[in-house]
Design a protein around this ligand. Structure first.
Ligand code: SAH
Ligand code: DHB
Ligand code: MG
Length: 291
């Protein structure tokens, strides 16, 4: 980072044509841009993601873009990380393209976050995974690829259209044998899974509607075992989580979740702030230590 900041780079303005939203102008810095911006396709994705998040923010009331200059630097560095460490992958790229073509919001995890989920699942040796919030199945593919052929992943999705896009993406990924997408409000599906004794799950990824996060977490612990891990996405929301005056339902719920986790002797929890192509946010990581 220091190297980049210290090298007095020429600001450049790039204009990128995006299929969905026309022309978006963005300011970057000379040398960094020269290497990073060769991958137009990825940059285009990142910029579209940032744009979409702006639209999504109008809906949720929480803006996760951060300062414009910071946000474009974060997106550039995410593109750089992906270029170096995450080889282009026709299945994952195709899943994002199909999701975009179907009009789904670009609120999937970033590629480097998807790979983090994948690595956590492998570190965990997970054979059973539960996901709350499927969207087009992008994070689902990253997670399911960590499973052995005998493993299983269940993903819960409210929107039948999202689930359909995800199923097609999972089929293209060759993952239909290990994955299933259950349609309906996640709380109902979680109740059914508990009733059917479908657990325990080795890893739970919670990434759906934020106001229900305390309930999702409570169900996740019930469906886990000591040694399971639970990851919750979007717990920082541009820092809004630290605002004790926030009236946003998602933030209020995240603060309730944090207090519940802190008071729960069955889990040991931390949270990490993240910046990147998806703005400024973060995730919670919980280890189930007791039942
Ligand atoms: N995990 C995905 C992104 C999920 S976006 C990825 O990273 O690729 C959040 C998803 O949660 C959306 O598809 C939305 O339709 C779904 N969702 C919203 N409310 C829900 C609910 N009550 N039950 C289940 N899913 C819900
Ligand atoms: C939203 C949801 C997400 O899961 C995400 O990663 C980003 C935004 C949202 O509902 O605003
Ligand atoms: Mg998320």
């Amino acid at each position: 980072m220091d190297g980049v900041r210290g090298s007095s780079l020429e600001p450049v303005v790039s204009v990128v044509e995006t299929r969905a939203f026309g022309t978006i102008a963005s300011i970057g810095f000379g040398t960094l841009s020269a290497t990073v911006w060769q991958r137009d396709r990825r940059l285009e994705q990142d910029q579209r993601a940032t744009y979409d998040q702006g639209e999504w923010a109008m809906f949720t009331g929480v803006d996760c873009k951060g300062d414009d200059m910071d946000a474009s630097r974060w997106a550039e560095v995410d593109a750089y990380i992906s270029d170096v460490l995450i080889p282009a992958d026709p299945v994952l790229d195709g899943a994002l393209e199909a999701s975009r073509d179907a009009g789904l919001p670009a609120i999937n995890v970033a590629p480097n976050q998807g790979k983090l989920l994948h690595l956590l699942a492998r570190i965990q040796g997970a054979t059973s995974i539960l996901e709350v919030g499927t969207l087009g199945g992008y994070s689902t593919i990253w997670l399911a690829r960590a499973l052995p052929p005998t493993g299983r992943l269940i993903s819960l999705e409210l929107d039948a259209r999202h689930a359909e896009v995800a199923r097609t993406n999972l089929e293209r990924a060759g993952l239909t044998g290990v994955t299933s997408v259950l349609v309906g409000p996640a709380i109902g599906s979680l109740e059914s899974l508990a009733k059917d004794e479908a657990g325990p799950f080795d890893l739970v990824f919670i990434d759906a509607d934020k106001p229900n996060n305390p309930e999702y977490f409570a169900w996740a612990v019930k469906l886990a075992r000591p040694g399971s891990i639970i990851i919750v996405d979007n717990v920082i929301r541009n820092g809004a989580v630290a605002d004790s005056d926030s009236e946003d339902l998602g933030i209020l719920a995240t603060r309730r979740l944090n207090e519940a986790m802190a008071a729960d002797p069955r889990v040991s929890v931390t949270e990490v702030q993240t910046v990147g192509s998806k703005g400024y946010d973060g995730f919670a990581l919980a280890l189930v230590v007791g039942s």
